[in-house]
Write a protein that binds this ligand. Structure first.
Ligand SMILES: [Zn+2]
Length: 334
């Protein structure tokens, strides 16, 4: 469907501008390698960098240092999420692995001659490739068809085989300074306190903080998770806690539970509250740390890591939440 005034490309966070400009300049000069490994912490903006690079290279109007126009057919296709020269190599479902069949489809796409001089495969998250899938991809990285660009995005590049890593140029997205993230988020929030809360709730991931500030259902999810964590701090009966927990999503609640336990451990060790801990009343956190003690907190942190790992298994969610709630019941039960 034709759109008369398509959205301009969203402004890039300042920490992504320099890496983007460097890559675009080389790409326009035809000096990019066939494989790029964009690595950086979760939520730092690897995808945004990748999209911005691809859009700049495929834009029909931009030249030299121009940003992509956001209006040509190519830009519109990319903004719409579909472009005939770009292939997304992703897991079938979030959190699952990228399997070998998906790699075969992507390499077949690369081998077909396109209309332009550039064909892109974005692999995200690249660290979810199975070993077989990674080996299949390696063949393409070793002998890429002309005009092929493979962009691998990974928060944990160490999980990729060394052979894959050595075939790609390393592009690191550094974690930006707190102040820069705050300045970038500030126009999206009512006040400075809201920025701090979103960044804490997003566990220090800038893109997740932006989503919290712009998507009401994510903010509602945080408020729900915070209610659960607040109940955990004052837990005196397992039944209401388990019931409240059922309304939370394990994949957002568990990382936040881990953050709360870390805040409690820091409070015990240093007497200081970190930004995440400051989302909760200090007296309640202090009582919680006293109740469990250093050893109890370490045990709970270990169990929380196990629960986190179990996220990918098909454990019954109700049972899982009950198991978690039970762990916070004061010793001796009621
Ligand atoms: Zn364009």
């Amino acid at each position: 469907m034709a759109v008369d005034s398509p959205a301009a490309p969203p402004p890039l966070p300042p920490w992504l501008e320099a890496p983007r400009d460097r890559l675009v300049a080389r790409g326009r000069a035809g000096r990019l390698p066939h494989g790029l490994l964009i690595r950086g912490a979760s939520g730092v903006g690897k995808s945004l960098l990748s999209v911005s690079l691809v859009q700049s290279l495929l834009c029909e109007r931009a030249s030299d240092r121009d940003p992509p126009c956001g209006a040509c057919n190519s830009c519109r296709s990319l903004i719409g999420g579909v472009h005939s020269e770009v292939w997304m190599l992703e897991p079938e479902e979030p959190g699952k692995a990228i399997v070998i069949d998906a790699v075969r489809d992507a390499t077949e796409f690369l081998s077909l001659s396109g209309s332009g001089s550039l064909r892109v495969v974005r692999v995200r998250p690249a660290d979810s490739l199975t070993l077989h899938a990674a080996n299949a991809l390696l063949k393409t990285l070793e002998e890429p068809p002309g005009g092929a660009l493979l962009i691998l995005e990974a928060a944990q590049p160490a999980r990729l085989p060394a052979t894959i890593r050595s075939r790609c140029e390393d592009v690191e997205v550094p974690t930006p300074p707190l102040e820069q993230v705050h300045d970038w988020l500030r126009p999206l929030a009512a006040d400075e306190a809201a920025v701090e809360e979103a960044y804490a709730a997003a566990l220090g991931r800038p893109m997740a903080a932006r989503d919290l500030l712009t998507e009401p259902e994510r903010m509602a999810g945080w408020e729900q998770d915070r209610e659960v964590l607040q109940q955990i701090l004052s837990a005196d009966a397992v039944t209401p806690l388990a019931a409240t927990m059922q309304r939370s999503l394990p994949e957002t609640l568990l990382p936040r539970l881990q953050a709360l336990l870390l805040s409690a451990q820091r409070l015990l060790a240093t007497g200081e509250l970190d930004t995440f801990g400051r989302r909760f009343p200090r007296p309640e956190l202090e009582a919680f740390t006293r109740r469990h003690g250093a050893r109890g907190l370490a045990t709970l942190a270990g169990r929380a890591n196990t629960w986190q790992r179990q996220l990918s298994t098909s454990l019954n969610p109700a049972l899982r939440m009950e198991d978690i709630a039970l762990a916070f019941l004061p010793k001796g039960g009621r």
